[in-house]
Structures are given as structure tokens and as C-alpha cells.
Write a protein that binds this ligand. Structure first.
Ligand SMILES: [Fe+2]
Length: 374
């Protein structure tokens, strides 16, 4: 029987850059000529946001934000090391990287063997040097397991979940940074280069109506007002179903798996109603409260429209993880939420108690009362 550890973390790209650029997304947003001047005026921002922004556009606050994130990433890494997994299943979004106009699968198992990944290529496009002072074209090997990925896909299809799969990255495409940054940040102190646990990526079309329309999410309002939106992505409830299906599909293996949700929560640059200035922290905290209370039904009731309205597109990765944890009856062990107004997104971290699928099969899997320290 399998042993499974659930983990949630951020893949915030700007953590891979230097502190002086960490608030770069907000600085770019403030250059959008179609955002009303009063919205851009820091004196009208919430007090906490003004304090973070300071008189240097967030530069002084950046080291503290980095320190918080690295502390929590270290805790997650220690849990992974203590658990000693055979493989890590990661739910991460493809942000107009591998999947573009040719095809956008709702979900796709990347059934790759080892692949060399350029973790800084997205940052390089913005002229943002990496935080480690390494060569911009540095690569690391992201270990995969084509055979296990193929088996997972086959079992999902056999159990009624029609899963797409891919054996090869599109020629010239960026490898999805949600997956690459999972390795980069779990192995933060070595910039991802000394991490050798195989990763089984499952991409989630988190961007849905904006997948092609916004080509990765960053868009000016002049474009947004003209945009022709795409079909929606998978619903939050469907993502939870996928999580449950993956847990069941791997339950019979005599292996140790970590299941990872890779994403921040509300993103400022996706929260149209707040003019992309800051994330929807109220919406995040409502879901976070339900999360630590083990209220999976609150999560299941969340609609795709709710998620888009709150700029929480990428949280679909977390809906997948929560479905799996619900299926397994895994108690939440620890969680914390790092909120911010100027560094684009709120970042949640979580660790569940490892569970044996033996126990899970005896469980009613209807939610738990977790012990949580914030
Ligand atoms: Fe992302």
C-alpha cells in the first residue's frame, strides 16, 4: 500500500529574482495608462500596503518577504526529506508555456523521463537576473518517470477520468514554471540543482477563459476590454474529483508519494476588480479559514466564476490537492498564509500528516479536524 504526504507551496517567479525586482509586477501595473490615477495613488492604498511599498517601491520590504517564504519552503523541504518519497506528483498550471493555440488540455500528465529545464527563462524575458548570481541559461535536470506517469494515466482513464498525456515537450516551448519552480524552491539553497526525486507533473488549465486570451496572464486593460475569452477551465469541483482519482489510482502501489499543490493564491495581476493593484486577500482568507477548519464542502461549492473574480485562477492546483487529501482522510498538520499587497500574490504553505492508503480505505474521508499552527 502507498504512503502519501500532502504539501502546498508557492511557485512565485519573482522569488527566483533579486529583491530589488520583487515588486516588479506592481511597478509594471502602475504603468498601465488605463488604470485610473486615483487607484494608482499610494496615499489611497490600505495602510498595510503603504507600509510595504514605503518610499522605495517595495525594495526595503522584499528581503522580509523572501525570508518568510524561504523559512516555510525549508519546512516543506524537511518534511519531504523526512518522508523520503519515491516520487512527487505536482499539480501545476501551464501558463501559456507548453500548451498554446494548438491544444489546451484541461489536465495533462507530463509522462516524461529526465528533462533538462531552464528555470530562469521566464525571468530572463523580463530582464530580471536570478537571485543566486548564476548564469541566466543555467539548467538543472528535472527527473521524471515515464513508466509511472503512464500507469497513473492509464488507471485514471480506466476509472472513468479521461486524462490527457504528453511524452514530449513542444519544440521550443518553455517548461511550465509551476513545475520547474517546485524543484527550484524545494531545493532553494542549491537553486534546484541537487534535487533528485522524480516528479510526475499534472498540468491544470488554471487560466481557463484567459488561457489564450491573455497569453500567460499579464495583460493591460486596453487589451482586456477587447478580449475574446476562451472556454472555461475545469471547475474547482472537478479538480477536487481529479485529486480524489489520483489518490485512488496510486493507492495500491507499494511506494511513497508526495502530492504537491504548486501555486500562490489570489494574484494581483489577475484581479480585474481591484485594477490589478493588489490580490483579493478577503477572498483568500475566507477559503483559508475553511481550509484549516477542514470544510471541504465550502471549497467544493466554489465556482469557476468565483475563482476568476478573486484572481485565484491558479488555486485550481490546490483544489486538486484538497480532493486528494479528502479522499485519503489526511489531517492537516501545519499551515500558514503569507499575505502581501505589493508582491503580487498571497502565498499559502501546508503540510498534511502522511497517511497510509490502508488507513485511507478504512476512512470515510469526509473531512477532518486538523491541528493547525498559523
Ligand atoms: Fe503561476
Amino acid at each position: 500500500m502507498a504512503e502519501i504526504l500532502g504539501l502546498g507551496m508557492t511557485h512565485y517567479p519573482l522569488l527566483a529574482g533579486r529583491d530589488e525586482n520583487m515588486a516588479g509586477l506592481l511597478r509594471g501595473t502602475l504603468r498601465d495608462p488605463d488604470i485610473p490615477a486615483e487607484e494608482k495613488d499610494p496615499s489611497r492604498w490600505p495602510a498595510g500596503m503603504q507600509a510595504e511599498w514605503g518610499d522605495d517601491e517595495g525594495r526595503a520590504a522584499a528581503p522580509g518577504h523572501r525570508a518568510d517564504l524561504v523559512e516555510h519552503l525549508d519546512r516543506c523541504r524537511k518534511a519531504v526529506d523526512d518522508f523520503a518519497p519515491d516520487a512527487i506528483v505536482v499539480w501545476g498550471d501551464d501558463q501559456y508555456e507548453n500548451f498554446r493555440e494548438e491544444v489546451v488540455p484541461p489536465f495533462c500528465v507530463l509522462a516524461y523521463d529526465d528533462i533538462d529545464v531552464h528555470p530562469f527563462e521566464v525571468m530572463n524575458e523580463f530582464g530580471n537576473p536570478n537571485a543566486w548570481g548564476l548564469a541566466d541559461d543555467m539548467t538543472f535536470t528535472l527527473h521524471g518517470n515515464r513508466s509511472w506517469s503512464r500507469t497513473l494515466t492509464d488507471r485514471l482513464i480506466g476509472s472513468g477520468f479521461d486524462m490527457a498525456y504528453s511524452y514530449r515537450k513542444r519544440e521550443g516551448a518553455h517548461f511550465p514554471h509551476a513545475i520547474a519552480n517546485t524543484q527550484l524552491f524545494l531545493d532553494y539553497h542549491h537553486a534546484g540543482r541537487e534535487f533528485d526525486v522524480p516528479i510526475i507533473p499534472i498540468t491544470v488549465n488554471c487560466y481557463g477563459r484567459h488561457a489564450i486570451a491573455r497569453r500567460g496572464g499579464l495583460a493591460k486593460f486596453a487589451e482586456i476590454w477587447q478580449e475574446e475569452t476562451d472556454p472555461s477551465g475545469p471547475s474547482p469541483a472537478r479538480c477536487m474529483e481529479l485529486g480524489r482519482g489520483v489518490a485512488r489510482a496510486l493507492a495500491a502501489d507499494d511506494r511513497r508519494y508526495v502530492f504537491v499543490a504548486s501555486s500562490s493564491w489570489s494574484h494581483a495581476f489577475l484581479t480585474d476588480k481591484l485594477w490589478h493593484i493588489r490580490p483579493d486577500t478577503a477572498a483568500d482568507m475566507e477559503l483559508y479559514d475553511a481550509f484549516i477548519a477542514g470544510d471541504y464542502e465550502r471549497w467544493r461549492r466554489t465556482t469557476g466564476t468565483d475563482v476568476v473574480d478573486a484572481g485565484q485562477h491558479e488555486m485550481l492546483n490546490w483544489f486538486c490537492l484538497l480532493g486528494a487529501m479528502e479522499e485519503l482522510g489526511a489531517p492537516l498538520n501545519w499551515s500558514t498564509m503569507v499575505t502581501t499587497d505589493v508582491f503580487n500574490s498571497n502565498k499559502c504553505f501546508a503540510l498534511f500528516d502522511p497517511v497510509s492508503t490502508d488507513a485511507a480505505h478504512r476512512s470515510t474521508a469526509t473531512g477532518t479536524t486538523p491541528a493547525v499552527s498559523a
